[in-house]
Design a protein around this ligand. Structure first.
Ligand SMILES: C=CC1=C(C)c2cc3[nH]c(cc4nc(cc5[nH]c(cc1n2)c(C)c5CCC(=O)O)C(CCC(=O)O)=C4C)c(C)c3C=C
Ligand SMILES: [Fe+2]
Ligand SMILES: [Fe+2]
Length: 366
């Protein structure tokens, strides 16, 4: 049986649904919450692409018995009163984008936040949009660079839900915005502001979340898109070669990941006598465990332990105006050609009572 909007009426007013997604985060910085979150995340075949039965044994036999406690301690270091930074920032981003869309769209629309793992789920977000009457849905995963492990997996979750619906909405998916001029400009702005406040370090690292190197060799465009983002920002700011570098962080497991690794590079730069190092994580649209605990925390310590003076982490674009403006424009560009309002809505706006009466009498007996 396929599911439908509860209490669907033939005179419902169709609207646009906007689903904004990110990776997701545990519900609490505790081992049981981490176990649930990591089981879902690391059980995703897009994330860990190895033999399923073998990985199931390793995941449930080893990883989920050891990692949740360690990860919970790391999350506890960045957890705030309102909860996980990733979720708090994502909520603020969605509120900011909704306000901006309201100024640009003339037809009715709803915006929902959804997380690929944990809560609020993609299923919940899509169902909320359906309840509000969304007949067309656009999905914006907040990952500037496409990877099968992130954006591809988000699409899987969207399709898994929609394939159970009776009335499948018209669908648009935004896959990446790694070279969008306004995204590059927002990154350049935040770096320039950081430099005017703290001075310029000897070098800036563009540290991106890693993936196994095998994914790149198998055709994933993520690595190339990360390189291009960094190159475009460096060109825009006229940073000389040698004063900027791309590195990859957050290794998981024993395989070779994309290189050079951020932590090894930070250590080598400190040992070579560098005193000040700037680091920006341009692939993270919101600050999270991987930026705050790993870069601002761990990597800053590594730098200082090996002779550096200060590693200055440049915050993610989060809810900056230029960031939310560019994301809103990205949505508007991708909405082109979709009628903002159906003929009924246009008529309804002029004369709502008459339209509803006409629909009742003429369109449908049920
Ligand atoms: C930005 C893009 C991301 C890619 C690509 C990515 C790939 C990837 N990640 C893991 C394993 C873990 N990642 C974890 C946290 C985490 N990862 C991303 C983003 C990408 N991951 C974010 C934004 C976060 C932070 C979430 C938060 O709550 O703040 C974790 C959990 C933490 C931990 O236990 O270390 C794991 C595990 C793999 C295997 C992978 C493969 C391509
Ligand atoms: Fe990750
Ligand atoms: Fe590449």
């Amino acid at each position: 049986m396929f599911s439908a909007k509860p209490n669907a009426r033939h005179d419902d007013i169709p609207r646009l649904g906007v689903l904004i997604t990110n990776l997701g985060t545990p519900d609490a910085p505790t081992a049981p919450a981490l176990r649930r979150y990591l089981a879902e995340f690391l059980g995703d075949p897009r994330v860990v692409e190895i033999n399923r039965p073998l990985w199931w044994l390793i995941l449930h036999g080893i990883v989920l018995r050891t990692r949740p406690k360690k990860s919970a301690a790391a999350y506890a270091e960045v957890w705030e009163d309102e909860g996980s930074p990733l979720l708090t920032i994502s909520k603020a981003q969605v509120a900011g984008i909704s306000e901006r869309l309201a100024e640009k769209l003339s037809g009715p629309f709803s915006v929902e936040l959804a997380m690929r793992y944990g809560n609020p789920s993609i299923r919940e977000g899509l169902r909320k949009l359906r309840e509000q009457g969304a007949e067309r849905i656009i999905v914006l995963p907040l990952y500037p660079q496409y990877s099968a492990a992130t954006v591809g997996s988000t699409y899987d979750a969207v399709f898994d839900e929609l394939k159970r619906w009776r009335w499948v909405p018209e669908l648009r998916l935004i896959g990446q915005y790694h070279d969008d001029p306004d995204y590059i400009e927002a990154l350049a702005n935040t770096i320039t502001e950081h430099w005017s406040e703290h001075g310029r370090a000897e070098k800036i690292l563009f540290s991106f979340h890693g993936t196994p190197r095998r994914y790149l060799l198998n055709g994933d465009p993520y690595h190339c898109q990360c390189q291009k983002t960094a190159r475009l920002v460096a060109e825009r700011l006229e940073i000389p070669d040698g004063e900027w570098q791309v590195t990859f962080q957050s290794l998981f497991g024993r395989e070779v990941w994309l290189q050079p690794y951020t932590d090894a590079t930070v250590e080598a730069l400190a040992k070579s006598g560098m005193k000040k190092l700037d680091v920006i994580c341009a692939g993270f649209s919101a600050d999270c465990l991987e930026t705050l605990e790993e870069i601002e925390g761990e990597n800053a310590e590594i730098f200082e332990e090996h002779g550096g003076e200060s590693l200055r982490y440049i915050r993610a674009l989060n809810s900056r105006d230029d960031h939310l403006n560019m994301l809103t424009d990205l949505l508007m560009d991708n909405l082109q050609g979709w009628p903002e309002a159906s003929p009924e809505v246009k008529r309804n706006r002029r004369d709502p009572a008459a339209t509803r009466q006409r629909a009742k009498e003429m369109d449908c007996d049920y």
